[in-house]
Structures are given as C-alpha cells and as structure tokens.
Design a protein around this ligand. Structure first.
Ligand code: ZN
Length: 378
C-alpha cells in the first residue's frame, strides 16, 4: 500500500452556489462518508489531512490581482455591478454567493496542502476531491470554477524544477490547465473528454497541441457522445501510457471528474463507475511514485460517491467489496458500489463512437507522438 492522504474537512462541502445549480459541494461530504464507511481512513490505511486556505501569493501564481480582488469583493456582496466583467452571473454557470472567496481559497488550499504532503515525502499519494476546478482562467471564472487549483498546484511543483504530467479524465476539456502550460515542455497536459463539438467549453481538439517549446505537450483526445467503457479504455490505453512513459514525469497529477458517467445529467459519454475506476487504477500504475489526485465535475450524486470511493481505493491499491456498508445503504438508498445495469446503447451508437475514437487516436499518434520519439503511424 502506498502512503496516502485524503485532504478533506466538512468546511469544503458547505457552500451552495445556487439552489438549482448542478454543482453541489455536499457531494464531497457524501463521498467522505462512504470512504470512511469502507474503513479507508485509519491505521494501515489512508490518513485524513485538513485543508488550509490558499494565500494571495498562491492564487496569484495563475490569476491576476485584479481578478482576486474582484472575487473577494463579490464574495462580500460588493461591486456586484461589475460581475459580468469576470464572467459571473446570477442565473449562469458562475453565480456569486456569500463566502465564495473563502470557499474557493479553501478548495485551492486543499490542493496546495496535498502538494505539501507529497513534497515533504509524508505520503506518495494525496487526494483532494474538492479540487480539479480546471476551467478557471487568469482573469475570469468559468464552468463553475473560480480559482484554477490544478494550475496553481502544478506551478507550485514546476517552480521547484519538477516535470509534471497532468491527465484530465473529466467529461469536459481541461481548458484552463491547457492554457496555463501551453508553451512549456515542463508540463505535459493530456485531456480526454467529450468533443467540444457537443459540449462546453467547445475546445480541446487534437490540433491544440501546444506552442513554441511546448509544441507537442498539450494533448487532446476528444471523444463522441455514447462512448462507453470499452471504447474509452481502448483510446486511453493507446494514448496515455506511451506518452507518460516517454515523458518520464517526476509527479503525476490526475483530474478525475466523474461527469463521464452514463447517468450524468450534463454530458453524453456513457462510462460506468467501474469503467471509470479501471481508468483511475491504470493511471495510478503509471505514477512515478508521487501522485496527486484531484476531483472535478460529477453531477449525479450516487455516481460521484461510488466512483470517487473506488478511486480512493485505487490510491490504496484496494478494491472495496461491492456491497455498500449498511449504514450508508440505509441513509442514502444505494446498495452496490458498481453499476449493475449498464447503458443500453444501439449498435449504431456504439459503432459511431468507436469510429470517432479510432479517428482521434490516429490523429493524436500522427501529430503528437513524433514529438516524444514515438512512432507516429499505426
Ligand atoms: Zn466536467
């Protein structure tokens, strides 16, 4: 078992963006309850570590001072007439709510705390499910994300001279993180996602491959709606292991959004929790020793609780029993960890998704692999 920390406290799960908003931070509390019900925290298992708020200096590793100050003021209910300049809107993706700055600083600080635990050699794996807010940009909020904790956490490590590989398996393109490292070969970013032709943020095509010295170090694997476990795993295995092996990172950072699930209300990929957990386990096997796991999207509560509990198990090299512990079964009416009924796709949906994945994989191999000394042609 690898020494592993879960960075979590209930304070991360208490804010409400808006009553009807799909991002519900209470999912973090439910996930932590299930993880603890399986006995994953304790002697000989994972350790629980408390988060701390990110400092201004840490937020400024990626964001502008002007934006940071605006977030602080909006959070107190001040200067609200300037909300749109920073992409906030009451009825939109990024509502302003009281305590917004404190909530964003704490989830960002949780990712930095995870980095501190890894860098001090206290653990080999550190996990912050409240992080992975990969859409935020230097000067504005985006896609439910206020501060971009993955960029900030990676910069904290890259500034020590470490090579970092970032793999983002959220259903949405990891556009903020791609932007943060677009022109450097020190950080390899790989995002597998539902194609921007169908889904927010509308980017993440294979041709977005980096700039200058960073050319070949931004990797995008856009997939079609109805991509299921089998097609996803095939595309993942064709692209991710060879690139990580060739890149030889010092640290692996994974963003494990679980909005790829077939029950997710916002997206159209069709993964099961067990397919998702298989991908996470294969990522863990690629880790060079230090592994930072961040959360991300995930809007079906049961899929989030179960998928992230299985993901935390992968950190501990453990597969939990399929039967959910009795206390949780009673409280939340969920009974098995894995999905028992899988999506019923038509032959046409399957073959279209397969064909699209084959095209994407061929394009990535042709355009990206030669930058890494890998054969570009299949
Ligand atoms: Zn997402």
């Amino acid at each position: 078992m690898r020494p592993t920390a879960l960075v979590y406290s209930a304070a991360l799960s208490q804010h409400i963006l808006r009553d009807t908003h799909p991002m519900r931070p209470m999912r973090l509390r439910l996930t932590a309850e299930l993880i603890q019900a399986y006995g994953a925290i304790g002697p000989g298992r994972g350790q629980l570590a408390a988060p701390r708020p990110a400092t201004d200096e840490e937020v400024l590793l990626f964001h502008t001072k002007e934006y940071l100050n605006a977030v602080k003021d909006f959070s107190k209910g001040e200067r609200l007439h300037e909300a749109d300049r920073y992409n906030f809107a009451e009825a939109g993706d990024n509502p302003i709510y009281p305590g917004m700055y404190e909530a964003a600083a704490l989830s960002t600080g949780a990712s930095i705390r995870a980095v501190e635990l890894l860098m001090s050699d206290a653990v080999n794996v550190a996990c912050n499910f409240s992080g992975g807010l990969h859409h935020a940009m230097p000067r504005h909020a985006s896609g439910f994300c206020v501060f971009d904790d993955p960029v900030i956490a990676i910069k904290a490590m890259a500034n020590r001279g470490l090579k970092v590989a970032y793999v983002d398996i959220d259903c949405h393109h990891g556009d903020g993180v791609q932007y943060g490292f677009y022109d450097t070969p020190q950080v390899l970013t790989i995002s597998l996602h539902e194609s921007g032709r169908y889904l927010f943020p509308g980017t993440g095509f294979v041709e977005e491959l980096g700039a200058g010295r960073g050319r070949g170090y931004s990797v995008n694997v856009p997939l079609a709606p109805f991509t299921d476990d089998e097609v996803y795993l095939w595309a993942f295995r064709e692209i991710v292991p060879p690139l990580i092996t060739a890149f030889k990172p010092d640290v692996l950072v994974t963003q494990v959004g679980i909005d790829t699930h077939f029950n997710d209300p916002l997206t159209h990929l069709q993964l099961s929790v067990q397919g998702f957990a298989q991908v996470v386990g294969e990522l863990g096997a690629l880790s060079p020793g230090k592994w930072l796991m961040l959360g991300g999207g995930g809007y079906d509560m049961s899929a989030v609780m179960r998928g992230w509990t299985m993901a935390f198990g992968k950190c501990l090299d453990t597969d939990w029993p399929n039967q959910i512990p009795a206390s949780i079964q009673e409280k939340y009416s969920i009974h098995s960890l894995k999905d028992s009924a899988l999506p019923d796709l038509t032959q046409r949906q399957r073959s279209d998704a397969r064909q699209a994945a084959e095209q994407t994989v061929a394009d990535v191999k042709r355009t990206i692999f030669p930058f890494h000394g890998l054969a570009g042609l299949v």
